[in-house]
Structure formats: structure tokens, C-alpha cells
Ligand binder design. Structure first.
Ligand code: ZN
Ligand code: ZN
Length: 422
């Protein structure tokens, strides 16, 4: 038993904001109230800390199987636990691609043995994510996938998207799309604009993303199925999502911490600023912050994308896209959204908990009988993020050396503390 004393319980699902004790018995929450005591229970003093439902990351890359030099399920999930995440959804672009039940089972088994947090695999939509034949979605669902996506690339055609949506709808799975139009993307490495001209780097127009979001929203209109837009980064894309929500379509979206923190003006000849979608214009970034505040955006997702140093230590044009993200996500949310007064603390917690849970059709709340997954964090603790000390195998982050006020302090999964800031 674990008794968490004197924390400020913030639960967006029930709009709770009060100083309460929470008693965990086994893997469930057994009691919530003031001045709880229990003989024999381990006590955690959460005075001055926020006690939130367990954070859930809808989008990460754990690189196993196949790219264990960059990350393993064990190292990636240790970084996730440090970042306050109690559950993570891993994208299928491993080697081999997670497009069949045997790869799904391998990930689930490996996570059961080596991960401190829950790992929920996302299956590929098409075989090899090649955009041709449907992957073995039903068998993967039986093996444990919670959504499908061809992340790394978009679902290739509107026709395939229709098939995937109709099939997934019958299985109760959301379809997650990485939106880009390959003909506009065309070998670009950063957002097209004044900064790409200045740096002489090939630009990707914002419309590469929004054209694909528009297509997907139209296919959702055709099918009525669930659609989730991954790492949405432009105002125009958000317009499409708002349009869909206003019409009652089951369309949701996520935004990454780097897209609400940085803009294309921050890009320099440093591959830690190369990600896909690329960092957007200031106007787009500001539109994302407005969407995070007003509820148009459902979740913050890290798109944690570890790359081994050797692969990133090349010319900007040749480097792979992506940055690590677990350990800085919450701190960036506090620094960029909450401390400046743009997003309330309750809303930030929602974006990490019941927001992403709703995308998957599940609950995240602190209530008696619920699973004992909790994220404890501070809004005042001062610390500096050092990539060299990261639990991840990779160091590709533009936030190395950044100082923060507030961040994760303890992560509780199934009633056990799996990570704790010393
Ligand atoms: Zn992607
Ligand atoms: Zn991704």
C-alpha cells in the first residue's frame, strides 16, 4: 500500500482541485480524502506537489525492434517514467515494421519484462507502411494495439484511408495520420519561409501538412470514423480540425512540446532543430497555443524520436528528422504555456491525461477503484535538463542545458513508484 499525503489533487476529468490524500492498494486507488492514515502503508509526502492522473503519451518511437543503437523499450520507457508518463503509445515504424501480430506480441512481451510504464503499441495501417495492402489490423488488435498509423509517412491515398478508417471503425480503433503531401514535401528539410531562404535550406510549405489534413477530414466526413491528426503544426491544419469538430465528426489532434515552444526562426545549422513536421512560423506557433488553451487541440504528445549521435552528426540535409522528448515535455508545458498565463494548470494536466485518453476511448481520472497510475509534479522546483544525464540512449534534443521551473517529481504505475526525482 502507498499513501500519498497532502498533495494538491488536480483531476480535469472530475474538475477536482483540492488538497487530499490518496491511498493506493495494490494496483488500484482505494481511498481519497483528507487526513487519511493507514497502518503499514508506505507514505509519500506530496506537500507542495501536484497529484495528477497518470500522464499518457500518444506518440513516441521506442526503436525496438531493429534500431537498438538509438533506443530500446527499456531505455525509452525509463526516460518516459522520468518525464512523468505512466503509459506511452509507440509508433510502428520499427524494423521490422509492426504490421503483424508477431511483432506486436514481441513489443508487448518485451515491455512486460523491461518497462516501468505501460506500453501500448500502435500498429501499421498498411503492410510495411508501404501504402498498398492493409496490415493485419484485426490480429494486431488481438495482440494489443490501441490504434493504427503509418507514422513516418502519411497513409498513402484517400482510397486507402477510407479502407483503413472503415475497417478500424468496425474494430473500435482510431486511425492516426502523419500528414504531409509528398509532392510538396519533396526533399525539404525545414519550414519554407524567410528563414529557409536565409539558411539556404530546402523548404517544406505549410500546405504540405494542411492539404493532407483536409483530405483526411473529408474522408472522415465520408466514413464517420475516428481520425486523429499526429503532431499538428499549422494554423490551417487546425482550421480543418475545428471545422470537423464543429460538425460533430470524431476528429482529434495532438501537438508536440517543440511545436508550441520553438519556431522556424530558431532553426540553425544544427540537426537537433530538424524534425518532421518542421518547426513552424511564429503565427502558426501562436495559433497552436491558442488551440491548446481553447480545447481545439486534444493532447500534447512528445513524438519522442531518438537518433544515435552518429546518424545526427552529419550535414543538415542528410540528418534524420526527430528529437527526444519525454523528459522535457511537462517542463516545457509549464514554461511556455502555464507560467506565462496562456493555458491554465488544469488545462495543461488535461492535455496530458484525459485529453489523450479520450482519443483512445478510455478514462484517466483519480477515483476509487481506478487504476493506480499517478503523476506527481512541481510547478516551482528549479532544475536544468542535461541531455547527457538522460535515461534515453539518444541525446538529440535542442533543449539540452535549458533551465526550468517545475517538472515531474514522481511517477506511480500500478500503485508503485517507478521514478522519483532525488
Ligand atoms: Zn510523424
Ligand atoms: Zn512520430
Amino acid at each position: 500500500m502507498l499513501l500519498i499525503k497532502n498533495g494538491r489533487v488536480l483531476d480535469p476529468a472530475t474538475k477536482t482541485d483540492a488538497t487530499l490524500d490518496v491511498l493506493l492498494d495494490g494496483d488500484r486507488i482505494s481511498k481519497i480524502g483528507a487526513n487519511l492514515s493507514r497502518n503499514g502503508a508506505e507514505t509519500f509526502d506530496a506537500s507542495g506537489l501536484i497529484v495528477a492522473p497518470g500522464f499518457l503519451d500518444l506518440h513516441c518511437h521506442l526503436r525496438e525492434p531493429g534500431q537498438e543503437l538509438s533506443e530500446t523499450i527499456e531505455t525509452g520507457t525509463r526516460a518516459a517514467a522520468r518525464g512523468g508518463f505512466t503509459a506511452v503509445c509507440c509508433m510502428p515504424n520499427t524494423q521490422p515494421v509492426n504490421d503483424n501480430a508477431s511483432v506486436t506480441s514481441r513489443i508487448v512481451d518485451r515491455a512486460a519484462r523491461s518497462s516501468p510504464v505501460r506500453v501500448w503499441p500502435i500498429g501499421a495501417a498498411s503492410m510495411g507502411s508501404q501504402g498498398q495492402a492493409l496490415a493485419e489490423i484485426s490480429a494486431m488488435k488481438a495482440a494489443g494495439i490501441i490504434a493504427v498509423s503509418d507514422d513516418g509517412k502519411p497513409i498513402a491515398t484517400a482510397r486507402l484511408m477510407r479502407q483503413v478508417m472503415e475497417y478500424c471503425d468496425s474494430l473500435g480503433l482510431p486511425v492516426i495520420d502523419h500528414c504531409e503531401d509528398p509532392s510538396l514535401f519533396a526533399g525539404g528539410v525545414m519550414r519554407e519561409g524567410p528563414q529557409s531562404l536565409r539558411l539556404g535550406l530546402k523548404g517544406i510549405p505549410a500546405q504540405s501538412e494542411s492539404i493532407c489534413v483536409g483530405r483526411d477530414v473529408d474522408v472522415a466526413l465520408l466514413t464517420g470514423a475516428r481520425l486523429h491528426i499526429a503532431h499538428l503544426s499549422t494554423r490551417r491544419s487546425l482550421d480543418y480540425v475545428r471545422w470537423a469538430k464543429e460538425r460533430g465528426l470524431r476528429v482529434t489532434c495532438e501537438v508536440t512540446p517543440h511545436h508550441f515552444t520553438l519556431t522556424d526562426e530558431d532553426v540553425r545549422y544544427d540537426t537537433r532543430y530538424k524534425m518532421n513536421p518542421p518547426l513552424a512560423s511564429r503565427a502558426d506557433r501562436d495559433a497552436l497555443i491558442a488551440g491548446l488553451a481553447d480545447g481545439s487541440i486534444d493532447a500534447i504528445a512528445t513524438d519522442h524520436a531518438p537518433h544515435h549521435a552518429a546518424s545526427k552528426d552529419v550535414e543538415f540535409d542528410r540528418a534524420p528528422f526527430g528529437i527526444t522528448g519525454f523528459e522535457t515535455a511537462l517542463a516545457l508545458g509549464l514554461a511556455e504555456l502555464v507560467h506565462p498565463g496562456k493555458v491554465s494548470l488544469m488545462r495543461l494536466v488535461e492535455l496530458f491525461t484525459c485529453g489523450p485518453a479520450r482519443v483512445l476511448g478510455i478514462q484517466r481520472t483519480i477515483a476509487v477503484g481506478e487504476i493506480a497510475d499517478l503523476t506527481l509534479f512541481s510547478t516551482t522546483h528549479e532544475w536544468t535538463f542535461r541531455a547527457a544525464d538522460s535515461a534515453s540512449k539518444s541525446r538529440n534534443t535542442p533543449f539540452d542545458g535549458r533551465s526550468f521551473r517545475g517538472g515531474p517529481m514522481a511517477t506511480v504505475v500500478g500503485g508503485r513508484i517507478v521514478s522519483r526525482r532525488p
